[in-house]
Design a protein around this ligand. Structure first.
Ligand code: GTP
Ligand code: MG
Length: 358
């Protein structure tokens, strides 16, 4: 069994890549299991992966490094129930220091289970471009610190979303990246393209099992301060009415517009809407991203369920007040009823890894 750990900032494309790769591997007759991870409990990613028929388990309420024992339990349960050839384990997008806190502990304590353990770190190529140009990234200094550390730590750096770059921008990255990140394996990827995903898996598979990894030097206080600047909100809503699909789409657009109006930096704002037939995943990050799966506006149902995962640089209270405002506007405009079934809003706690092997 092989495990491919994925790290990289919120919205960089981890779930998109692993679900596409998992489907491709399953078509080739391989067995696959996925472990998702989040600080919260109601995860868009898990629903999205599950909806595609990929076996998925969760480590919720905290990152892999601080919940190593749960990660270990989920690995054992996948091994027992799925006998996978590959496990993909996606870490929380605000997390770093995975070599010391996850990869090396797995090598130390689960060497018997895995023939290969690799870490792929995703970065949105547009953020990489800004970084290499010497521009400040769109978050506060401490959050930018996490993004820089993730890039620095990368064992295999996946420069993702290259389809959203101009030819000149991609050329600039290729010419300048090795000055900033020397001696790194780098692949350039469009995760919406299956042949790119197959190449990613082949490249990960070609990692020598004896590869030495360098643990990151991290200032945990700055890292913790960066995480604490991000508000986390997870809601599960039920939208009912004659135009439930249209109302759901209106609500999503309203929330995004209100956040943009306040100029809060978006880590990742994800929505998963479903009426039992149509499933729609929509994502917004600090940079424009037009890709959307499924169109809930086409729904003929009078009841739609909507999961919202918001990771925004502001307080959870501010995010919640925007959601409440958007609900009110949508109910008035589209004569629907919006009920909150689950609600959680918080700031991630200070990172306290279970293991740290230098
Ligand atoms: N155009 C384009 N869009 C992409 C690519 N990869 C991912 N996306 C889009 O980027 C958005 C975020 O992708 P996700 O896969 O959810 O990102 P993630 O890294 O899993 O995000 P978190 O789980 O929040 O950390 C989605 O709208 C994807 O469709 C890509 O290579 N090209
Ligand atoms: Mg994800």
């Amino acid at each position: 069994m092989k495990i491919i750990l994925l790290s990289g900032f919120l919205g960089s494309g981890k779930t998109t890549a692993l679900s596409g790769a998992a489907i491709s591997l399953m078509k080739q007759g391989k067995r696959v299991g996925v472990i998702t991870n989040d600080q919260g409990k109601y995860q868009v990613d898990s629903h999205f992966i599950d909806a595609q028929g990929i076996p998925v388990v969760e480590v919720s309420n905290g990152c892999f490094c601080c919940n190593y024992e749960t990660l270990d339990k989920q690995i054992i349960s996948l091994d027992k129930n799925q006998k996978p050839d590959y496990i993909f384990a996606e870490s929380v997008g605000s997390c770093t220091d995975l070599i010391a806190t996850v990869l090396k502990p797995l090598q130390a304590y689960r060497d018997d289970l895995f023939e290969l353990i690799t870490l792929s770190t995703f970065t949105d190529s547009r953020l990489m471009y800004q970084h290499l140009m010497g521009r400040t990234l769109p978050f506060s200094q401490e959050v930018n610190y996490i993004i820089h550390k993730q890039m620095e730590e990368a064992d295999m750096l996946v420069v993702n979303k290259i389809d959203l770059l101009t030819e000149e921008q991609l050329k600039y990255i290729k010419e300048n990246i090795t000055n900033t990140f020397p001696h790194k394996r780098i692949i350039y990827q469009n995760s919406l393209d299956i042949t790119n995903l197959d190449t990613w898996i082949q490249t990960a598979d070609a990692t020598p099992p004896t590869q030495q990894r360098q643990s990151l030097e991290v200032d945990y206080d700055t890292y913790g301060a960066g995480e604490a600047l991000l508000g986390w909100l997870d809601d599960e809503l039920e939208i009912t009415g004659i135009n439930a699909g249209a109302a759901t789409q209106q609500l999503i657009t309203q929330i995004k517009d209100l956040i943009n109006k306040e100029a809060y930096a978006i880590g990742h704002l994800k929505f998963m809407a479903s009426d039992g037939f149509i499933t729609s995943k929509q994502s917004f990050t600090s940079l424009e991203n037009k890709h959307q799966q499924g169109d809930i506006e086409q729904s003929k149902s009078q009841c739609v369920s909507l999961i919202i995962n918001a990771r925004i640089e502001t307080t959870p209270k501010n995010i919640n007040s925007i959601i409440q405002q958007a609900i009110k506007i949508t109910e008035e405009k589209l004569a629907c009823n919006i009920k909150t079934k689950h609600h959680a809003a918080f700031v991630p706690g200070y990172p306290k890894p279970t293991h740290r092997i230098i």
